[in-house]
Ligand binder design. Sequence first.
Ligand SMILES: Cc1cc2nc3c(=O)[nH]c(=O)nc-3n(C[C@H](O)[C@H](O)[C@H](O)COP(=O)(O)OP(=O)(O)OC[C@H]3O[C@@H](n4cnc5c(N)ncnc54)[C@H](O)[C@@H]3O)c2cc1C
Length: 411
Amino acid sequence: MQQEQFRESKELSSLSVMNFEISDEQKLILDVVDEACKKIRPIEDKCYLERKFNDRVLPIFKEAHLLGLPISRKYGDGQGADALTYALALERIGQEGTGVRTFLSGHTSLGQLTLQKWGSEEQKEQYLPKTTRGEIIMAFGLTESTAGSDPASLKTSFEPSGNYFHLNGSKAWISNGSIADLHVVFAYPKGKSEGMCAFLVEKSSEGLEASAIKDKLGLPTSDTGLLYFSDCKVPKENMLGPPGKGLSVAYSALMSGRLSVAAGCVGVIEDCLKETLSYAQQRVQHKKKIGKHQLVQRELAKISVDLETSKLLTYKAALLKSKSDIKPEDAELRNDADWMIAQAKYYAANASFRAADRAVQVFGANGFSFENRPARHLVDTRVCRIYEGTDQILEQKIAVKLLGNEYEAFS
Ligand SMILES: Cc1cc2nc3c(=O)[nH]c(=O)nc-3n(C[C@H](O)[C@H](O)[C@H](O)COP(=O)(O)OP(=O)(O)OC[C@H]3O[C@@H](n4cnc5c(N)ncnc54)[C@H](O)[C@@H]3O)c2cc1C
């Protein structure tokens, strides 16, 4: 019966539905992103060597209308891009370095998208237009010095006081932490270790102090901050999402955040390949361009395969995320997207580190200098195996989906 149906079906040559084409509209957006990136590069080069925060990234992205790319057009300069289109933009931005891309991950993927998904209409009207116009920058404060992979163990607390909540505690390693104007912050009711809530906390709130972390291994041009809350006054209407649903808010943010890391890592691999190809065609040793040495060719081949694999995983994850964003009520689709995003982030983060290491190797001693891009990628992309879920946390997450929830590693 099945065989008959199969023989009667339409021409087999028209069965495929996978599509790897980039549409004309996407090309248009990517041209704008490319132009902004070209403006950023010389400034980023200079800042990197001076180990200085790059304060031109914000105005350049703002001028290019890229500060609310996946945010609805209802809100200021939001452009309404779907998850795949936004990922393609982050891929291009990732070529400029993990620091530049991390700024957008903190502001848009973790900050704005979380506010858009969980905020009340009043909260969105109040803050989102300003965030898309670059008038206020966002950050996402989940991690604490004693709560990283296990955010449920965080210690920051809140208690009601008149029309406000008072927050007490601290947050560590927060991207954009010391420059942001608006933070998404997570805390438990005072004296409790359940019922976590999320809050929108303005930089100017009484009782909030922020400082930048210095002496980082990488990312010298982007901000990573510490936040301290000392009876920090947050208006009651600034609770984000339903009371007690803080962990759901955090986990949904991590889906967008991880996808942004995967896309940025694809960009890092692209840049490593570009740099390595060009170097291999110029550098001469043993009277030959080093690209003619087969062992150097192997490095190029391995970077290329890692690039193509990371792209496929990331695009598939982004497509699933786009579908899930359209049907948020479909829990199965969301779980599939979450799982695919975890795989894309895990693979691309490791592949980008390998690609940077290979690029350094092909550059030889010149690869050991921050004057050249491979060295910067090597130290900067390392964090992608740590933030938004370490390698180990993602490995377990990926495996548990295959084994079933009774194998949950963290219970
Ligand atoms: C530059 C930078 C930017 C960051 N930006 C942000 C941000 O914007 N917002 C934010 O909230 N956080 C941010 N983070 C924090 C980041 O998300 C955490 O560092 C990460 O979740 C890991 O937590 P941890 O560093 O406390 O390591 P830990 O959780 O202490 O882990 C230490 C080691 O133990 C392993 N481990 C832990 N638990 C398990 C387990 N159950 N099974 C197996 N192995 C385990 C880990 O994989 C790791 O190797 C940032 C970090 C950095 C470095």
